[in-house]
Design a protein around this ligand. Structure first.
Ligand code: ZN
Length: 206
């Protein structure tokens, strides 16, 4: 479990990233860290992209209904303006932000803030998601959390999309995605490919 570094020197900021697949507990971990900071009477602000309005306009809500008040923003730059006088900044669903979030996180940390970022590391195709790769590279602390594969019970790090839509952003509901391990994620992909190829071959012969 992540233990906060000794921050006696309050002039130094840093960046923490919590990443993983859907249902891996990223948001719960973000909320846990932010709550601890709040209990310590630190000035905390939480931001999320305005498009993530699955459950609530102004709260981060994790899948287990644990929630904490947050401010929706339409661009990463907005966070810079809204974070004045703040000691700890939490950012949820970071994968949906523009690439500007990387510079924003660096600037906040350079100002002396603790920046805690949670997001999906990969999209449903297994491709690194938005600003996440650069955030992972520039953070002092990285925590990768895992779900449990819904097929075999192994550790899962992929978000397998059950819904047949191919836009990158499909806000996650339990019925749209399932966490899968590497093996089960790729097995399915191969099965689908073979099925599609089978259909093509059949059509050619007709
Ligand atoms: Zn599996």
């Amino acid at each position: 479990m992540f233990i906060e570094v000794n921050s006696a020197n309050r002039k130094a900021g840093w960046i923490e990233v919590v990443c993983g697949s859907m249902f891996s507990g990223k948001t719960e971990e973000l909320i846990r860290r932010l709550r601890r900071a709040q209990i310590a009477n630190q000035q905390v602000e939480i931001f999320k992209p305005a498009l993530d309005t699955r459950y609530s306009q102004d709260a981060i809500v994790s899948h287990n209904q644990n929630s904490i008040r947050s401010t929706p923003v339409t661009s990463a730059r907005q966070i810079l303006m809204l974070a004045s006088g703040v000691e700890v900044v939490g950012i949820d669903e970071a994968q949906f932000f523009d690439e500007g979030l990387v510079e924003v996180a660096r600037e906040l940390a350079n100002r002396g803030l603790r920046v805690i970022i949670a997001g999906l590391d990969m999209d449903y195709r297994g491709v690194p998601f938005g600003p996440m790769p650069a955030l992972l590279a520039t953070a002092e602390f990285v925590t990768k959390v895992h779900a449990i594969c819904q097929r075999c019970g192994s550790l899962a790090n992929y978000s397998y999309r059950l819904a047949e839509q191919d836009q990158r952003i499909l806000l996650g509901e339990k019925s749209d995605y399932e966490p899968r391990c590497r093996r089960c994620y790729h097995l399915e992909a191969v099965e689908v490919k073979q099925k599609n190829e089978g259909v093509e071959v059949k059509q050619k012969n007709e």
